[in-house]
Design a binder for this molecule. Structure first.
Ligand code: ZN
Length: 331
């Protein structure tokens, strides 16, 4: 029993578990030590310490401390045996999530070794290194992921099942800028934008997850919704932090529920102004679905032929965009 528990704690590192549940750690300056707000009670000054090497936590605010199992007991208010059963369950689903984390980290590292990728980000108007880091943007040069993951002990079947590798053993993402898509802090999919001639958009064959970075947007009473991650990135960069992205114009029921989870919220829809009116039609459909859910929706019109990304790349400023928001129409 004790041996099993040790193995469980090793396989779900406490820091990783906390981060998966939205805990935001800062380094303390002491090796492997992190501090942040205590997830076990409301507080404004961080007093929750984690020692990643020892796999232990201690909170100076509430005086609680211990290992992963102890934390989950407090966090979910569960008895010991139920906590262990829950963590064991989580472990069977964990390999794919860990694989995606590992892959996203690897691609992030590659970004800075490939000037063509940085150049592409600059072309798309993205130049703030802090934002690139915050969004976890990476680059898949192609041809080196499989070897990296195999060296870490991931099986070919798992790589194949995740969609990261084709049945011929080739990397799914090649010459693509990568954005990790998170839900509840956990990476559920990767979006790859081709920087070459290949089809522009690619997602792994998994759920695309919720709205991008919804945790950081959900407290706003006005939310801007865009189609693409580059639209989102330039808007965040321009200071519109209340922007989220559904990756495409067709929202999943889960994404729609997120938009509607607070009464009194207004959604500003800023989809592409397509030649064939596809974006405009999708905006109207979505606005209607939101109105049905008692959420006020406005449709934002950008100058002809633009999406938010091309609008900013073309020289628009935050003031220009605010003007567009102010002119937005209700259905
Ligand atoms: Zn505490």
């Amino acid at each position: 029993m004790a041996e099993n528990l040790e193995r469980l704690k090793q396989r779900i590192p406490l820091l990783e578990y906390l981060q998966r549940h939205n805990w935001k750690p800062c380094r303390t300056g002491i090796r492997q030590e992190f501090v942040g707000l205590c997830p076990l009670h409301p507080e404004t000054r961080p007093s929750f310490y984690v020692n990643a090497a020892k796999n232990l936590f201690y909170c100076h605010g509430c005086g609680r401390g211990g290992d992963l199992i102890r934390f989950v007991q407090f966090f979910l208010d569960l008895p010991f045996h139920q906590t262990v059963a829950l963590l064991e369950q989580e472990l069977t689903a964990a390999p794919v999530f860990r694989l995606l984390e590992e892959t996203a980290g690897f691609y992030q590292f590659q970004l800075h070794r490939h000037p063509e990728a940085i150049r592409y980000l600059e072309q798309r108007g993205l130049h703030d290194p802090a934002l690139i880091e915050e969004m976890g943007i990476g680059y898949a040069p192609g041809g080196n992921l499989r070897r990296h993951l195999a060296a870490l002990g991931y099986s070919f079947d798992l790589l194949l099942g995740s969609g990261l590798i084709s049945s011929q053993g080739r990397d799914a993402f090649c010459h693509r800028v990568i954005f990790p898509c998170r839900q509840n802090g956990q990476i559920v999919n990767l979006y790859g934008r081709s920087i070459g001639a290949a089809f522009p958009h690619r997602l792994l064959p998994r759920s695309k997850g919720g709205l991008f970075a919804w945790e950081s947007v959900s407290s706003f009473s006005i939310v801007i919704l865009v189609e693409g991650l580059f639209d989102l990135a330039v808007l965040w960069q321009a200071g519109f932090r209340n922007t989220t992205c559904g990756i495409g114009t067709q929202l999943t029921p889960a994404q729609l529920a997120q938009l509607a989870d607070q009464p009194g919220r207004s959604i500003y829809i800023v989809f592409d102004q397509d030649e064939n009116q596809a974006g405009q039609k999708a905006s109207h459909q979505l606005a209607r679905r939101l109105e049905d859910a008692d959420i006020a929706a406005r449709i934002v019109h950008l100058p002809h032929g633009h999406d938010p990304n091309s609008y900013f790349v073309g020289g628009a400023t935050a003031t220009d965009f605010t003007g567009c928001l102010e002119r937005a129409q209700q259905l």
